[in-house]
Write a protein that binds this ligand. Sequence first.
Ligand code: AMP
Length: 280
Amino acid sequence: MQVLNTIAELRAARAGISNLGLVPTMGYLHEGHLSLVARAKAECDAVAVSIFVNPTQFGPNEDLARYPRDLPRDLSLLDAAGADLVFTPEASEIYPPGFDTKVEVSGVTDVLEGAVRPGHFAGVATVVAKLFNIVQPTRAYFGQKDAQQSVVIRKMARDLNLPVEVVVAATVREPDGLALSSRNSYLTPPQRAVAPTIFRALSAARDLFNAGERDAEALREAMRRIITAEPQMQVDYVSVADPTTLHELTTVGRDALASMAVRLGATRLIDNMRLFSRTP
Ligand code: AMP
C-alpha cells in the first residue's frame, strides 16, 4: 500500500492502472468505509482511498475542528483491507492560495441536508470533482448512508459528463440498527443507548409502507412520533421524498426515500431507508 500526500505523487502512483476504484472518505474509518473498499476491490484492478477532512463542506458552527481523526489507525485498517493507494493531502494541497472555483449542483441541494447546511453540498461537489480529476478513477464508491450526497454526486457526474461510474453501496449498521458513522464517537453512553431510535423510526415507516400505507404524511408522522417520544432527541427534519428529485411526496408510488436528521445533544445524526413496493 502506498500513502501519497501530494497530487503529483498520487498521479505518478496512479499511472498504469486502468480500472481504478476510488473511495473518498474523511477518515476515522469504520466497517461502513471498509465495505466500500471491499466492493471496490471486488470490481476494480486496484483501489485508491482518499482521507481528507474537507473544510469547505463544514459550516462555520459545525464540527470541523473536533472532527475525529486517527491516521495511523486508518492506515492499518486500509492495509489490512487491501487498499493499494491512500491519498492524504493537506488542505493547502487541495485549496492552494488563489483557489476560486465552486461546483454547485442545483435543485437536489435545496432540500433536506442542503436546506439545513447551506454551502455543504457545494463543498462536497467541489472536492469530489477535484478528487475525480486528480485520481481519475473508473468507478467511485459512496454509501447509501449519505443518500442525498450520492444523489448530488450522481447528478454532478451526469451533468458534467465526468467519465466515472458512481456506485452507491448499502448502509452498514451496528447490531442494534444504528448506522455506522465517524460521528457516533461523539455520543455519550446514554445518547448511544437511545440512538437506535432512528433506525426504529425508519423501520416503522418501512413496515407501514409494506403493510400498504401510501400516504407520505402518515409515514412522516409515524417516524416523528417515535423520535419525539425520546426526550433526548430533537428532529431537524423527517422526510418521505422521491429518491431521484428529493421532492417531498404526497402519495408514495413504487418507491421513496425515507430519511431524517436528528440531534442528540450536540451531535447531529442522519439516516435513511429506501421504501420499495413489492407489487407492480
Ligand atoms: P465520510 O468519511 O463520513 O465522509 O464517509 C465516506 C463514505 O463512506 C461516504 O460515501 C459515506 O456515505 C460512506 N459511509 C459512511 N458511513 C457508512 C455506513 N454506515 N455504511 C456504508 N457507507 C458509509
